[in-house]
Design a protein. Structure first.
Length: 319
């Protein structure tokens, strides 16, 4: 007789758990992005000259202080020297609960301070921590705990992307289940958590984090597909370049043993890049629409410089 997984109570219980986990994880992600947005809007100006050397010199002390504060927080809050990144959390389906909140606070200061990072790491970490916390409340076994952690990540990521299905697809690709039965038992609660996380974010904001670009209407032509493929190849090359620069940045960073000084120097470097290329400041969420709108005015060579400077800023932020 065929064993139908949907008739098993063990299948539906994680799906039921996924509802509150997704709601809480989506709320945690929403709270983080909202506070970062409010603090960023308060600290940084709206009217910026995006030309070369268009940044203001007062940006330098801000990024330096932010870097020093990040270094001090990592030291005082006893953040691990090499904490698991968001991809590692998804692959292991586990979050270190002791370092989760300190790392989210460090991410908050980094983002507000102008570093070239996004909310993905904090969202992944906070969502996974919600899943771990819920597992403690229900005395979940190890397998259910790992699943609840992934559901929490789905709940947080689902609200950041333009569709909850993308969150589940992304997480499942990084942590693929073994076999079709396991796949069904993982994907179903993960998708439920992602949908409810998306529901929380979209209900309050009316848009997702990535829903910031107004794509104009246009007629698709055959040659556009060739351009798209070419841009994909270029993006892959730039990704490899970013990886190489992160490696170099981390190598230089190890030469400075003091955590606070090292973070302060990173803040100085990010500030200098921002003064030279203002479009590199921050995560890029607010800057990219301006870059698209002012592309003709800025010129091709400046945009190329912005891309290279942005890669350097991201490498320093990650390193």
């Amino acid at each position: 007789m065929t064993d139908y997984f949907a008739r098993d109570r063990g299948f539906w219980l994680p799906v039921l758990y996924a509802v509150p986990i997704g709601l809480m994880a989506g709320g945690a992600g929403l709270l983080f992005t909202w506070t970062v947005g409010r603090a960023t809007n308060w600290l940084w100006p709206d009217d910026v000259d995006n030309s070369f050397l268009g940044g203001d010199l007062w940006w330098l002390p801000v990024t330096i202080v932010a870097g020093l504060l990040v270094g001090a927080m990592r030291k005082w809050l006893r953040v691990p020297a090499e904490p698991d990144g968001s991809l590692g959390i998804i692959a292991a389906a586990h979050v270190d609960k002791k370092s989760a909140i300190p790392m989210v606070l460090v991410s908050f200061v980094s983002l507000v301070g102008g570093s070239s990072l996004g909310p993905f790491d904090a969202g992944t970490r906070s969502g996974g921590a919600v899943g771990e916390w819920f597992s403690d409340r229900v005395n979940a076994d190890d397998e259910t705990r790992r699943l609840n952690t992934l559901v929490g990540v789905n709940g947080a990521v689902g609200g950041l992307l333009t569709s909850p299905f993308l969150g589940t697809l992304f997480v499942t690709e990084l942590n693929p289940p073994d076999g079709p039965d396991k796949y069904n038992r993982v994907v179903a609660p993960s998708l439920v958590g992602s949908v409810f996380g998306f529901f929380v974010v979209f209900s309050f904001v009316g848009a997702t984090f990535l829903d910031v670009f107004a794509v104009p209407a246009y007629d698709v032509e055959i040659w556009h597909f060739g351009v798209g493929v070419s841009l994909g190849v270029l993006a892959a090359f730039l990704s490899r370049l970013l990886g190489a620069m992160v490696y170099v940045a981390r190598g230089w960073a190890t030469r400075v043993s003091n955590t606070v000084v090292r973070a302060g120097l990173g803040g100085l470097a990010i500030g200098l890049l921002a003064v030279c290329f203002p479009l590199t400041l921050g995560s890029g969420k607010a800057q990219l629409p301006e870059m698209i709108a002012q592309a003709e005015e800025l010129g091709a060579w400046l945009l190329v410089g912005v891309v290279l400077a942005k890669i350097a800023a991201m490498a320093i932020s990650l390193g």
